[in-house]
Design a protein around this ligand. Structure first.
Ligand SMILES: Nc1ncnc2c1ncn2[C@@H]1O[C@H](COP(=O)(O)OP(=O)(O)O)[C@@H](O)[C@H]1O
Ligand SMILES: [Mg+2]
Length: 286
């Protein structure tokens, strides 16, 4: 058995990969928490419980000096620089950033949300956080947003507009697009012309907006590779001391056509230079 198969098997045993889903017609949404604490979007406006988020280890905007906040300043800097100089450097759609990883559980959602918070809190930029992990959406769950139409509904139905799926949050420059319902043909929807036009439109119309896509794992589903070709920049999150090098190499080969691929070594236990991020955060492509 190859190292990749072994890693997938391990993730499977840890319950990180969902078992076969029923494939009868469309799978209606069951992908959001239904507990009463979830926030029901009203007028597309959501109020995030920042205390819960901070208690779960995410960036706390009352604690701007935390190590995590400092780490995300380091992480966002090259991405934001690439947006500013993107066109000169020949990067198409530089303001679209995909957060992916080889396997589930490496920290994509953790990085997506923290990166979005870090940019929205500290820079004069608007952030649009899109939950594109349509098989296992967790941005909404993590932010406490209750079920609402999202990317899948938009792609499936051309009567649904961008404004129908865009949720405003109480952080004035942070907006969110949920994944929406589960769909049997989500891969086809993500590779559709409508998705391409969506990416083009968002990138062109909101040049100053940073658009962060939380994606499925690259080696488990095909969607991440499709999304990687739509964005200008890809961040490959790697779980330190967990993900074998061959697995990482396999992911990097799948990202060969991307303009910019950054790697982010997550969950490091060691104290490395500058809070651990200089070590693992590098540039492969471009
Ligand atoms: N750097 C980190 N520090 C603390 N917890 C983390 C870190 N990265 C990930 N986690 C936690 O590990 C778990 C898996 O991360 P998650 O972002 O959901 O992975 P993925 O989206 O890649 O499947 C979550 O509980 C998340 O909060
Ligand atoms: Mg996730």
């Amino acid at each position: 058995m190859s190292i990749i198969e072994n890693a997938l098997k391990k993730a499977n045993n840890q319950g990180l990969i969902e078992k076969n889903k029923p494939d009868d017609s469309l799978i209606e949404s069951d992908n959001f928490t239904s507990d009463d604490d979830s926030i029901i979007p009203k007028d597309n406006q959501v109020v995030i419980n920042w205390n819960v988020l901070a208690a779960e280890g995410f960036i706390d905007h009352n604690d701007t000096k935390s190590q995590l906040a400092e780490e995300f300043r380091v992480i966002k800097r090259p991405l934001v620089n690439n947006i500013q100089g993107g066109e000169i450097n020949g990067i198409s759609r530089p303001n679209l950033i995909l957060i992916c990883s080889s396997l589930p559980g490496e920290g994509k959602t953790f990085v997506s949300i923290n990166l979005a918070l870090s940019i929205a809190n500290e820079l004069d930029k608007s952030v649009l956080l899109i939950d594109a992990d349509v098989e296992r959406p967790s941005v909404s769950r993590q932010l406490g947003i209750k079920q609402s139409p999202g990317l899948i509904e938009y792609l499936e139905n051309d009567k649904i507009n961008f404004s129908d799926i865009l949720l405003k949050t109480d952080l004035s420059n942070l907006n969110v697009i949920p994944a929406g319902k589960r769909h049997k043909y989500s891969t086809e929807l993500l590779s559709s012309q409508r998705m391409y036009l969506f990416a083009e439109e968002v990138s062109r119309r909101y040049k100053d907006r940073v658009v962060i896509f939380d994606s499925p794992p690259l080696l488990v589903a095909t969607q991440a590779q499709i999304l990687a070709e739509l964005v200008g920049q890809v961040v490959l999150v790697i779980a330190a001391e967990e993900t074998p090098q061959n697995v990482v190499n396999e992911s990097i080969s799948k990202l060969a056509n991307c303009d910019v691929v950054m790697t982010l070594l997550n969950k490091t236990k060691k104290e490395l230079d500058l809070y651990g991020y200089n070590y693992g955060y590098g540039k492969y492509g471009h």
